[in-house]
Ligand binder design. Structure first.
Ligand SMILES: Nc1ncnc2c1ncn2[C@@H]1O[C@H](COP(=O)(O)OP(=O)(O)OP(=O)(O)O)[C@@H](O)[C@H]1O
Length: 266
């Protein structure tokens, strides 16, 4: 049985009386790809920051396996554009990096030819691959990828998702990916977790995308079926604390929350 790398146990985060995360239960196993989706402001980055140890939970527990080693790929590369910096030198800045691994790692992500290129001239897809290489140089058993296909065209997105899958297959690592509310997830994603402060729903994307009503509404997966469009329809609204409002609440504009058991999704 594969090792559980991370487990969120009823994790909650409240900031100045505002609930950012509420009762989050979620786990990631070695070899598993978990995709986190949710609308803007739903708490995806907050959840990632909690996992990275940058944000403290105010309730619940976060279990990290003692062998956990995270390779983190941020949303964007933040470097002063006036600073001359080659890909090689950028990757050499990784703490404790084995410099002999830089070229093989660039080969793994398909951009060995960019070793001596300036990071500022790279395309969106190339930049994402450099960031992925940087995450891999940390020798992770869990890759945490925050919107890895951001700024990449659709064909490039398919290639990147395929690359992430092949890296998972080769290394046997776990992968936690954040996707934006476009609901693009890989067909090979094992588990999709949709959050909106709380966990709205989770399960395999294949199950969701094969549903006839789903296909009637949102179409069949495109681009050689390596990716699937996962659409999540809320039939409810949330108050400012992230709690679900019942129909009566909405009608009367009463903001008292109803139970999350009433949280249904099409
Ligand atoms: N340290 C903080 N203090 C106060 N509010 C915060 C803090 N961090 C995040 N928030 C708020 O929490 C909410 C969730 O933010 P978060 O960045 O986690 O959402 P997200 O799902 O990643 O959004 P997006 O899809 O737009 O990137 C936002 O409304 C944000 O303003």
């Amino acid at each position: 049985m594969s090792k559980q790398l991370v487990a969120f146990d009823k994790i909650g985060i409240t900031f100045n009386d505002r609930v950012l995360l509420n009762n989050i239960d979620m786990a990631i196993n070695e070899g598993e790809i978990v995709t986190l989706i949710g609308p803007n402001g739903s708490g995806k980055s907050t959840l990632i920051r909690t996992l990275l140890g940058l944000q403290e939970a105010t309730s619940g527990q976060l279990f990290r396996h003692k062998t956990l080693r995270i390779g983190y790929m941020p949303q964007k590369l933040h470097i002063d554009p006036t600073l001359p910096l080659t890909v090689k030198h950028f990757l050499a800045l990784v703490r404790g990096v084995d410099k002999a691994q830089i070229l093989p790692t660039l080969e793994k992500v398909g951009i060995a030819h960019l070793l001596n290129s300036q990071v500022h001239v790279l395309s969106g897809g190339e930049t994402q691959r450099v960031l992925l290489a940087r995450a891999l140089l940390n020798k992770p058993n869990l890759l945490v990828l925050d919107e890895p296909v951001q700024g990449v065209d659709v064909n490039g997105q398919v290639e990147l998702y395929n690359l992430i899958e092949s890296i998972r297959n080769e290394l046997g690592c776990g992968v936690l990916m954040v996707s934006h509310d476009l609901h693009l997830v890989m067909a090979k994603t094992d588990t999709v977790v949709c959050i909106n402060q709380h966990v709205c729903c989770s399960g395999s994307p294949q199950h969701v995308t094969k549903h006839p009503e789903y296909q009637a509404l949102f179409g069949v997966p495109g681009a050689d079926e390596s990716i699937a469009i996962y659409a999540h329809q809320h039939d409810h609204v949330h108050d400012e604390h992230g709690d679900v409002l019942s129909a009566n609440d909405k009608a009367s504009n009463n903001t008292a929350p109803s139970s999350h058991a009433n949280c249904h999704h099409a």
